[in-house]
Design a protein around this ligand. Structure first.
Ligand code: OKP
Ligand code: ZN
Length: 343
């Protein structure tokens, strides 16, 4: 399997995450991608290629223009205020308040943020742009005939909504890739999100559409981030009714339970008969992940990679989360090797 990767991910190197009331080193840090690419090399998964540049149009096909303009200037505008720390919101357009977009950077941060743990820092936009190109290049490889591709995106993307960032995400890499496939010949694309956290951004983007089936397995939002989306009763709206499927699961969910939900998800994807499958691949379902509560082992990742291969669809793996960094390379590549061994 070919891997698409660029060192430009290192430009996303924020120093601060608000966690437990403290500013800590972010869980989503550059070494994550380095451990994964090291493992890709160690097992000779396949060639490693730099992304091509598809420009801004495919990003603007998914995201609001005002939001993308904001992401490009947020760090500069924040620094111009002379603040000592990294850019983070402290105020939101909460219930019954105005939705006018403020002029001041503190107001714009609150308008476009869905959470405040994710600081915007120097290079954040450049890395997010590069990650989107990594996803787009992977999608184009499917168009060119590849059976499967691994887009090693960093920063991740599945929490990024049409006009909101947060949860370590800025541009929704999987959604941008799905739209590219639809714009270049596909009729239907399925996105299966196996990250521990609900892909609220992806769900938001495709909520009212029937050309993308979104299926997510995740920690119950009653107990887990993003807390305000991902319930089982969210099934899509309008033309998209029935094309969103959520499997929230409780603390300490083990692989047997998780795999049973995966089997249902795979059957629904098979029924949909998509032209291509995108996996939002987070390995924060791992038993020792520091911010999650599922109990998958390293071998379980291999097993479910093979389960996904049973769909026999052109498949793009897009990297999302995973924060037990010492094991992130093994767990991620186990999914890809499990998939390949069953293909
Ligand atoms: C990003 B991805 C835990 C708070 C977690 C943000 C989590 C973002 C996860 N107490 N806050 O889905 O892996
Ligand atoms: Zn996650």
């Amino acid at each position: 399997m070919e891997t698409i990767f660029t060192e430009r991910h290192q430009l996303r190197n924020s120093k601060t995450e608000l966690s437990g009331g403290e500013l800590v080193e972010p869980f989503e840090r550059p070494s994550r991608a380095e451990y994964i690419i090291d493992r890709v090399r160690a097992v000779n998964l396949g060639p490693i290629s730099a992304p091509d540049d598809f420009g801004m149009d495919p990003i603007l096909a998914i995201h609001d223009k005002g939001f993308i303009d904001f992401l490009q200037v947020a760090w500069t505008d924040w620094k111009a205020e002379g603040f000592a720390g990294e850019a983070m919101p402290t105020v939101w357009p909460a219930r019954r308040m105005s939705t006018h977009i403020p002029t001041h950077i503190e107001g714009r941060l609150g308008y476009y943020a869905l959470a405040c743990e994710t600081s915007i820092s120097e290079g954040t936009w450049e890395a997010a742009y590069a990650a989107a190109q990594v996803a787009l290049t992977g999608a184009q490889r499917l168009n060119d005939g590849a059976k499967s591709v691994f887009s090693l995106c960093r920063p991740p993307g599945h929490h990024a909504a049409i006009d909101m960032y947060g949860g370590y995400c800025f541009i929704n890499n999987a959604a941008v890739a799905a739209q590219h496939l639809l714009d270049t010949g596909a009729t239907r694309v399925a996105i299966l999100d196996v990250d521990f956290h609900h892909g609220n951004g992806t769900q938001d983007i495709f909520d009212a559409r029937d050309d993308v089936l979104f299926v997510s397995l995740h920690g119950d939002p009653m107990d887990a981030f993003p807390h305000f989306l991902g319930h089982a009763d969210e099934t899509g709206s309008g033309a998209g009714a029935g094309f969103t499927v959520n499997y929230p699961m409780p603390p300490n969910t083990d692989f047997a339970t998780w795999r049973a939900a995966l089997a249902k998800a795979l059957a629904q994807i098979a029924d949909y008969a998509p032209d291509a499958l995108i996996i939002s691949l987070g390995v924060d379902t791992f038993e020792t992940d520091p911010i999650s509560f599922f109990k998958l082992t390293s071998d379980d990742f291999t097993t479910y990679g093979a389960d996904i291969a049973s769909l026999n669809l052109p498949t793009l793996f897009v990297m999302e989360g995973g924060y037990d960094i010492a094991e992130i390379g093994v767990n991620t590549v186990n999914v890809l090797q499990g998939f390949e061994s069953a293909s």
